[in-house]
Design a binder for this molecule. Structure first.
Ligand code: NAD
Length: 497
């Protein structure tokens, strides 16, 4: 009998009002049941929001540096439990241990960064245009934040959202992705152990259409931070727009690595292997297009196919595994569908293209790392987010054409260019329509203290990570103090109106 987990609402671990649970299984071996988690309903969200609203009254009065101190302790606990967390995350999500260790480390970095921000949270003090008058701007907390996260970074993404929200003085209602509830559970245990007051964090497990939608549409939740697919983001955006909520959307990607004739091909090869097949291609920043200039195209594709053929599929907890499983059966079916679409649209399947079920792979959602060549710009394979281990190679003649292909999709998260020409490198930084551009590095590898996010259909203009996210989670207020003792009229008395 597997363990039954609960929600954390109003300071207690409680069963869902629905009385229903769902099973969470290991994607590398679906016979392994990790636990039963609450299939909550709107009534659970209702209780969680009421408690978070009460918690907000207290937490907003806690000095920001003390709020930051809690986050420092969270960082210490994450560091102490890094290996345990990495193991349980790989068991429920599938990516290899080196990657889940990186996921935890990103949480640790984000915690220590947040701890320090608690002593900054800068506003501005500026001269007034009037004599004997003081003018300044400063930040205030907003209220209850709804935190809705995807499966692919079970710890890092919740920390990107919740740590700045908490340091700014807000409280959180957290709904982790239904594929990775165990990491969400342990994460909340750690927040509580670090001393976060119990009503400041609420954990409500369940599905997006019920729990997620109830959080998004709740009138007492003025802030929503969502990471997930562009399709789900559109639904979330509609509700938030109607209700005038503050909303941060981080959504899909169709990222490209560009390899030009003057590139260091060995370096570019390591980059694309990591960018395309790390996390089994299930990263918002995954390299799903490879744009190669004609002079090196054939040689580079040969080098790539040879290396991809040697990648080892398997359980992410086993030494030697390069590529773990996909998250669930629907993801495998989606990848299969796109392999069919690629063939129908005339692309050449160079390697992979099949799900794997033999031997130790029999009970998991495994799919071969796959490469299509001869992919045309504008085809579905080249345009649509697949979120799996499928790389589409597009051959181009010039730098201009490479940049145009990079920019010719509806997404704009990350891009990468391999070149030894400094002029082209700087052109890429200025001309590629993405929130992040890497020069001579893969499309993945964001750092916690820099703003993270994308343009076009990837986002709605906000950023996670870095300092900009603190703007999102705080309201800017302006204070004027006139100590002249007389009525002074702005714009009028100074300029003789
Ligand atoms: P998803 O959109 O299926 O789910 C994301 C979250 O939204 C889950 O918690 C889900 O339960 C919830 N949800 C679903 N329907 C909802 C609704 N109607 N209302 C409210 N919440 C709802 O995405 P996923 O499959 O978990 O993750 C993969 C997607 O996430 C990819 O498109 C990927 O590019 C994107 N992603 C983007 C970033 C980024 O920073 N841009 C990072 C990671 C993942």
């Amino acid at each position: 009998m597997s363990q039954t987990f609960q929600n954390f609402i109003a300071g207690q671990w409680v069963a869902p009002t629905t009385g229903e649970y769902f099973e969470n299984r290991n994607p590398a071996d679906t016979r392994d049941v990790i636990g039963r988690f609450p299939k909550s309903g709107a009534a659970d969200v209702e209780r969680a929001v009421a408690s978070a609203a009460a918690g907000f009254e207290r937490w907003k009065r806690t000095p920001a540096p003390l709020r930051g101190d809690v986050l420092r302790r969270v960082g210490d606990l994450l560091a102490a439990r890094k290996e345990e967390l990495a193991n349980l995350m790989t068991r429920e999500m599938g990516k290899p241990l080196a990657e889940t260790r990186g996921d935890v480390q990103e949480g640790i970095d984000t915690a220590y960064y947040a701890a320090v921000e608690g002593r900054r949270l800068f506003g501005h003090t500026v001269p007034s245009e009037l004599r004997n008058k003081w003018a300044m701007s400063y930040r205030r907390p907003i209220g209850v934040c709804g935190i809705i996260t995807p499966f692919n970074f079970p710890l890092a993404i919740p920390t990107w959202k919740m740590f700045p929200a908490l340091v700014c003085g807000n409280t959180c209602v957290f709904k982790p992705a239904e594929d990775v509830p165990h990491t969400g559970h342990v994460f909340v245990e750690i927040l509580l152990e670090a001393g976060l007051p119990p009503d400041v964090i609420q954990l409500v497990h369940g599905f997006g259409e019920t729990v997620g939608a109830a959080i998004v549409s709740h009138p007492a939740v003025p802030v929503i931070s969502f990471t997930g697919s562009t399709e789900t983001g559109s639904k979330v955006g509609e509700t938030c727009g109607r209700m005038h909520k503050r909303l941060s959307l981080e959504m899909g990607g169709k990222n490209a690595q560009i390899v030009l004739n003057d590139a260091n091909l060995e370096l570019a090869l390591e980059g694309v292997l990591w960018g395309a097949f790390g996390t089994t291609g299930q990263r918002c920043t995954a390299t799903s297009r490879l744009i190669v200039q004609s002079g090196v195209h054939d040689q580079f594709v040969e080098m790539l196919v040879e290396r991809v053929g040697k990648l080892v599929l398997g359980d992410g907890r086993e030494a030697g595994t390069d590529v773990g499983p996909l998250i669930h059966e629907e993801a495998v079916e989606k990848v299969e569908r796109y392999v069919g679409i690629g063939k129908e649209q005339g692309a050449t399947l160079r390697i992979g293209g099949k799900r794997r079920r033999e031997g130790s792979l029999a009970h998991g959602h495994f799919f071969d790392p796959t490469i299509f060549t001869g992919v045309t710009a504008g085809s579905r394979l080249e345009q649509e987010e697949i979120f799996g281990p499928v790389l589409s190679v597009v051959e181009v003649k010039s730098v201009d054409e490479a940049f145009a292909v990079n920019n010719g999709v509806r997404y704009g998260l990350s891009s990468s260019v391999y070149t030894s020409d400094v002029h082209v490198a700087f052109r890429a930084l200025s001309e590629l329509d993405n929130g992040i551009t890497y020069v001579n590095a893969p499309t993945i590898g964001a750092e916690a203290h820099l703003p993270f996010g994308g343009v076009k259909q990837t986002g709605n203009g906000h950023r996670e990570g870095g300092w900009e996210v603190y703007e999102f989670y705080s309201e800017t207020k302006v204070g004027y103090v006139d100590y002249s003792g007389v009525l002074q009229r702005a714009q009028i008395d100074t300029y003789g109106g």
